[in-house]
Design a protein around this ligand. Structure first.
Ligand SMILES: [Fe+2]
Ligand SMILES: [Fe+2]
Length: 475
């Protein structure tokens, strides 16, 4: 079904065919716009931004580019096309037809999942509220805003499900999604990572690389859901999400490239010399990677989880690529081997039911995906003749959730004394001096084609346009 843009809320869900739902969402819309004006990108409401907007959900149709003022962006409700005769792909009811309505017995589980996913979308916009002021180029500024408007649309995607399928509870939850705010002392966002401030662009690139990638894996497992509207919503969100991770991967790659250039010019990797030239030394980048990776790992939840088991059993949340990657879709008797801390400074082996380990299965898939970018960046570093290598810390490092929560380990995952851990943390995580240095680099660059000195230009512009294109016309 094509997207109807003549309506107040663009959609491909035949919204005009359900007047009650349409009215309810049209009532929520001004609340969303108020939230955007207050909590969205600060100060750029009158700028023309070269944005892509979805005009259809098929491979070609969904990206149409043009200059838009962000408050006029057409946020809407887009579901990927239905798969005819789709069947439940995993869990106890495998093979039965998928559900078009939420079964009553799973209602609260679904509601919690949708609210938790929905909460992350506006949270990230809030985290990036002030970033535009220190953009390293117009190209980057445009990418930030593209990510922001799409996270706004992802909120719409979840709010649609809440309104359409959860009655009054759903409408209340939709209001709450605008009432919680990232980092708010009284009403914070639900998940920890989404309350961390993103006040510099190095953090933004790490966030889009690591945290948006958590989003990718959550969406991939929800795209397997037996509740078909949720699956279709998530499938379409994934197409948008890919760009966010591209921004992160290429952003970090450009930081690395620029640093290597300056290392070559100076003939040294000495940190103070590099900082004197205003670039990000690689050990500093490593500490930022450690921070955002470990923070994002917690988003997958506990290694052993009865919640994850019942989500899988009930067909609510599958594994990423459930249909193509696995033979056994029921996992009733399968087990999973887990290494956990024994509480006495050592390790123990545990065998758990695979269903209970689904969070860990998802986290492993995520970590493998994170490795891809590391390989590319290290290739750049190697080609430049430099011995330094970036690496992901162990999944045990700096965890706040699960069996490794509060267990002092080094980035290799070795359990160490608490005292040594505290003493060595500044080697592993950004220090206040690191953060202050990064902030000192955050100088706004807005001449078309110009780049801040701490990152290299991208390989190409947006949608085949040149690098000197005026991607944001500041108003
Ligand atoms: Fe999103
Ligand atoms: Fe995203």
């Amino acid at each position: 079904m094509s997207i109807d843009y003549s309506e107040k809320i663009p959609n491909n869900v035949d919204l005009s065919g359900n007047k009650t739902l349409q009215r309810a969402l049209e009532h929520w819309q001004p609340h969303f716009l108020d939230w955007w004006r207050e909590m969205g990108p600060n100060d750029f409401a009158s700028s023309d931004v070269y944005l892509r907007t979805a005009v259809g959900v098929d491979a070609q149709g969904w990206a149409s580019y043009g200059a838009v003022k962000m408050p006029d962006y057409r946020w809407g409700i887009f579901l990927a096309d239905a798969i005819p005769d789709r069947r439940i792909g995993f869990g106890d009811s495998v093979g039965e037809p998928v559900w078009q309505q939420v079964p009553g017995e799973f209602r609260s589980q679904f509601r919690r999942l949708i609210v938790t996913q929905g909460d992350t979308e506006p949270a990230s916009v809030e985290q990036q509220h002030l970033l535009g002021h220190t953009c390293p180029s117009l190209y980057d500024l445009r990418n930030l805003f593209q990510v922001n408007v799409e996270e706004g649309r992802h909120l719409w995607a979840m709010v649609y499900l809440l309104h359409a399928h959860f009655g009054r509870d759903g409408r209340e939850e939709a209001e709450e999604l605008l009432a919680r705010h990232s980092g708010d002392a009284d009403k914070p966002r639900i998940l920890g990572t989404f309350n961390e401030p993103i006040s510099d662009w190095l953090s933004f690139f790490c966030f889009t690389y690591f945290t948006d990638r958590d989003g990718k894996f959550q969406l991939k497992s929800l795209a397997e859901s037996s509740f078909d509207p949720l699956a279709r919503t998530c499938r379409f969100m994934l197409t948008e999400e890919a760009h966010h991770m591209f921004v992160g991967e290429t952003g970090i790659s450009r930081v690395v490239k620029r640093t290597l250039e300056v290392m070559k010019q100076l003939g040294t990797d000495e940190v103070q010399a590099l900082r004197g030239q205003g670039v990000v030394d690689l050990p500093l980048l490593q500490r930022y990677l450690n921070f955002w990776f470990s923070s994002s790992l917690d988003l997958f939840g506990s290694e052993v989880s009865s919640n994850a088991a019942s989500s899988f059993a009930n067909g609510i949340k599958g594994r990423p690529d459930e249909t193509t990657q696995y033979q056994d879709h029921v996992c009733a008797d399968a087990t999973y081997e887990l290494t956990t801390p024994d509480g006495k400074g050592g390790l123990k082996q545990e065998t758990v039911n695979l269903r209970n380990a689904m969070n860990e299965v998802l986290r492993e898939a995520y970590v493998r995906d994170c490795e891809i970018g590391l390989k590319r960046w290290n290739m750049q570093i190697q080609k430049a003749g430099c011995d330094f290598r970036l690496k992901l810390p162990a999944t045990r490092f700096r965890r706040s959730i699960g069996v490794w929560a509060d267990v002092p380990t080094d980035p290799e995952g070795r359990i160490i004394a608490r005292e040594e851990h505290a003493r060595r943390l500044p080697e592993w995580l950004p220090t206040p001096a690191d953060r202050a240095y990064v902030m000192s680099l955050m100088q706004r660059v807005t001449a078309p084609g110009k780049m801040a000195g701490w990152l290299a230009p991208p390989d190409r512009g947006i949608n085949n346009l040149g690098l000197d294109y005026e991607y944001v016309r500041l108003g």
